[in-house]
Design a protein around this ligand. Sequence first.
Ligand code: TRP
Length: 323
Amino acid sequence: MKRVFSGARPTGKQHLGNYLGAIQNYVRLQAEYQCVYCIVDLHALTTLEDTRDLKQNIRDMALDWLAAGLEPQKSIIFVQSHVPEVTELHVLFSMITPLSWLMRVPTFKEKAKSQPHNVNYGLVGYPVLMTADITLYKAEVVPVGEDQIPHLELAREIVRRFNTLFGYVFPEPEAKLTTFPIVLGLDGKEKMSKTAGNVIELALSPEELTEKIKTAVTDTARVFRRDVGHPEVCNIYRFHKYFNPSQSDEIAQQCRTAQIGCVDCKTVIAREINNALAPFRQHRAEFAARKGYVEEVLADGARRAQAIASETIREAKEKMGLL
Ligand code: TRP
């Protein structure tokens, strides 16, 4: 069975965008691959100056993953820093990675612009650490969003270089594009993201979710109840397509003819999303209430990850002449 590796920065409670995109995809891949899913706390440090929420964010993310259906018996679920071999491999790779490759990476250039006061050394090495993440487990398949393609390209180049210089150790990892619909946030403008402040968190109660949905921007051309709507430009309508597919044509028609208003439409979709999330919420509450459960899952994941990691590190060091 081929191995999948994917990592996500611990951004805390996950939102509908994460769920429809990355998380559901992670869940599906478990049927076909041996999956390793990592909460990359070290990567988070490249942009964090205040780490007070980090621990809670890691726990929240793990809870959301588990509640969504990542299975700790099947997949390895762990926290990056719990398997410190990754930092060792990062150093080894750093010696064969030209600085010029790293300076060209689009995300580095963006971050250098957005946090000019904190262009740290770790930020430059971000893709090298990511390469170490993947290769430590000799993963061949890496589910990621489009923004991560340059990182994957770089990972392949580092791997090729290592294998050529010292002998074959690592398979070249391949990106598996997550073909998910871009979910826009409550503002109906930007992609749903915590930084944009437009998210619908999965962990909300049904009442909170309904309230949130009420604040969502719809078709901005529809001002009064009697105005006809344009579902094709309405973000709430997109949610109907995912969460209420059997009724979405009817809703569109009623919106176009002003038979229903935005409030009616939102009431329906809030109910549908709440129905869809009911099992998730129940699992999340159960896992959160079991004392020590998340910690146990992550500790077990780290143990299993480390068993693979220590083998790989030994092999890499041997090839490099260190052992
Ligand atoms: N850079 C990825 C992101 O921002 C997170 C990440 C870290 C990752 N290591 C990884 C993704 C390894 C895939 C494989 O989303």
